[in-house]
Write a protein that binds this ligand. Structure first.
Ligand SMILES: [Zn+2]
Length: 112
């Protein structure tokens, strides 16, 4: 295992721990009906998050992207989970991701 792999492993570990802490509340079903195209879709982390926040309109990936493109302003204001986006809500998460993996890495280095 080289350094970068260990770093990624640390990040994954943090992600797993965080998702446990954030609450194991999951939708009762594996799939949902898209509010726009009425397609049956499997839940993704994004739609699970939307479901947790109580949105009654959940879009499939395709419609979500379409909506995102048509409503860039709205999308920003009610941002749910947008990978790479730095909304104030997930700033804490980003900080954790930046700080925790190196400390885990350091810990592993220290112990071994
Ligand atoms: Zn759809």
């Amino acid at each position: 295992m080289n350094n970068i792999e260990l770093y990624i492993a640390g990040a994954v570990l943090v992600f797993i721990i965080l998702s446990f802490i954030k609450g194991g509340k999951k939708p009762p079903e594996e799939s949902f009906k898209c509010a726009r195209c009425k397609q049956q879709e499997k839940y993704t982390p994004r739609t699970i998050e939307a479901w947790r926040k109580g949105f009654n309109k959940i879009y499939c990936q395709k419609c979500h992207q379409l909506w995102w493109r048509n409503n860039p302003e709205k999308a920003r204001s009610r941002q749910v989970v947008h990978r790479g986006g730095g909304g104030s809500g997930c700033l804490g998460m980003v900080m954790l991701f930046l700080v925790l993996p190196p400390s885990i890495y350091g810990l592993v280095q220290y112990v071994s």
